[in-house]
Design a protein around this ligand. Structure first.
Ligand code: UDX
Ligand code: ADP
Length: 473
């Protein structure tokens, strides 16, 4: 049976659901795309008159929302109605790591997927393709199938019509900060499933703007596993280069030169070799933890230990940054002010999930210092939430841990003893260090955890300088 898809519903209006549906709506003007979420505040932001108040910052996103919202792209909390009208439903909800119970700290919490499947089971009509878009543990599709098939014993909708569900896995490989470009020009589209017509139905949507050659079809389990493994391999590369950054600092080698030398080998490639303060984001740690959980489940303890080390090196890399700062500032930072440049887990996003900045700031605050935090996209409210500490109106002169939000780099630098660059925002590459230096307390330090600061300009300004992976500067 050929599927004629006219109406799409996406459950979950987050970092994945929002941008992916926006790009589908833009490229498929004949499709109606409805994005639903239980979080009313988030939906209100997606519908805000002022496009600068969208809940997600992503270059190029605002322009697409301006163009499509209200035409064939709609955001609402009307889950029931939009599920009932849909020919194809994407499940794009969050799957955080479990914090308690069986598998705590490793397994994904599937409660949102479970409840989405139950809502679909309740409200869907006729033949419906159900697509897993969130990253999920292998064999989650089976759980979804079971819920869909068993929730309604005679499989009839409210009007008594026969219903049928076709479950597909279609993981999203977009990276935050480049989401729109990744969605418009993906390396590949992966569709896992059993029913060829359903697979073709979904492929037809993508073929509106992506070449058929880029569409890979597999069985359900390969598709689910491939997404976990792609993220695990990427994270492993970062842990590898980060481990070498420390070795460079000890030996006098330079990580950027090592990166160039090894990255020129086509077999290695030059992408994803930037050492930094440790990987963050909602995916890498969660997906590797999941992989560890699965490997342990099958008794593959050496496999799980191997991947555990990728996470351990990452935590070690983040932890060593605050230690270096304290050591360079004469082993005490109480009464001192440190400016934090960047709080998002990477540039071009307002997302702070698993951001190394959170751990580094908390560690520094433990030493009773004052922090002035500047990030062009992260809100002070989000930082308060992440640090579990209210911001102060003004930083006092006592030795209590405090933080305040700075509106500009210069504001952050006033009277500060050190500047710590944590996120690689473009504007940090062009800071006028001579001006900044004038505002700082002396001796002044810059700690560049992303290797983006122009060393020559800093040298001329007179500020002391530490950069990740640089032996001697
Ligand atoms: C990742 C995957 O790239 C994407 O395919 C998947 O769909 C979701 O997870 P994301 O987490 O959004 O995407 O961003 P990514 O660019 O992968 O960066 C993850 C973390 O690694 C960031 O903290 C980033 O700063 C860090 N990173 C990345 C490095 O430290 N060095 C690098 O060379 C690349
Ligand atoms: P991701 O990065 O995977 O997109 P987010 O946390 O940004 O994750 O977004 C997931 C969204 O899914 C959240 O806005 C959350 O409110 C929404 N969500 C979770 N469960 C449901 C549900 N049962 N129905 C509708 N929306 C849901």
């Amino acid at each position: 049976m050929e599927f004629k898809i006219k109406n799409i519903c996406c459950i979950g209006a987050g970092y994945v659901g929002g941008p992916s549906m926006a790009v589908i709506a833009k490229n498929c003007p004949d499709l109606e795309v409805n994005v639903v979420d239980i979080n009313r505040e988030r939906i209100n932001k997606w519908n805000s008159e002022n496009f600068d108040e969208l809940p997600i910052y992503e270059p190029g996103l605002k322009e697409i929302i301006k163009r499509c919202r209200g035409l064939n792209l709609h955001f609402s909390t009307e889950v029931k109605k939009n599920i009932a009208n849909a020919d194809l439903i994407f499940i794009s909800v969050n799957t955080p790591t479990k914090t308690k119970g069986v598998g705590a700290g490793q397994a994904s919490d599937l409660k949102y997927v479970d409840s989405s499947a139950r809502e679909i089971a309740k409200y869907a009509k006729g033949k419906t393709i159900v697509v897993e878009k969130s990253t999920l543990p292998v064999r989650t599709a089976q759980t979804i199938k079971n819920i869909l098939e068993q929730s309604n014993i005679d499989n009839r909708d409210t009007k008594g019509n026969q219903r049928e569900f076709f479950v597909l896995s279609n993981p999203e490989f977009l990276a935050e900060g480049t989401a729109i470009n990744d969605l418009e020009n993906p390396d590949r589209i992966l569709i896992g499933g059993e029913d060829q017509e359903a697979i073709q139905g979904l492929a037809n949507i993508y073929e509106n703007w992506i070449s058929e050659r880029k569409i890979i079809t597999t069985n359900l389990w390969s598709s689910e596993l491939s997404k976990l493994i792609a993220n695990a391999f990427l994270a492993q590369r970062i842990s590898s280069i980060n481990s070498i950054s420390a070795l460079c600092e000890s030996t006098g080698a330079d990580i950027s030169e090592v990166k160039l030398a090894i990255g020129s080998d086509k077999r290695i490639g030059n992408k994803f070799l930037n050492s930094g303060p440790g990987f963050g984001g909602s995916c890498f740690k969660k997906d590797i933890s999941n992989l560890i959980y699965i490997a342990n489940h099958y008794g593959l303890y050496e496999v799980s230990e191997y991947w555990q080390n990728v996470i351990s090196i990452n935590a070690w890399q983040t932890n060593r940054i605050s230690k270096i700062v304290v050591e360079k500032l004469f082993n005490t930072i109480s009464f001192k002010k440190i400016s934090i440049l960047g709080f998002a887990f990477k540039a071009n996003t307002n997302d702070t999930r698993e951001s190394p900045a959170i751990k580094i700031c908390k560690d520094l605050l433990e030493e009773n210092c004052k922090l002035a935090i500047y990030d062009p996209q992260v809100s002070p409210l989000q930082i308060e939430y992440d640090l579990q500490l209210k911001q102060s109106d003004n930083l006092s002169n006592n030795d209590q841990a405090e933080w305040t939000f700075a509106d500009t780099v210069i504001d952050a630098s006033i009277n500060s003893d050190a500047i710590l660059v944590i996120t690689e925002w473009e504007e940090f590459k062009f800071i006028n260090w001579e001006i900044v230096y004038k505002h700082m307390r002396k001796p002044a330090w810059i700690f560049d955890t992303r290797s983006i600061v122009d060393i020559n300009k800093v040298k001329m300004s007179g500020i002391n300088f530490w950069q990740i992976g640089k032996g001697k500067i």
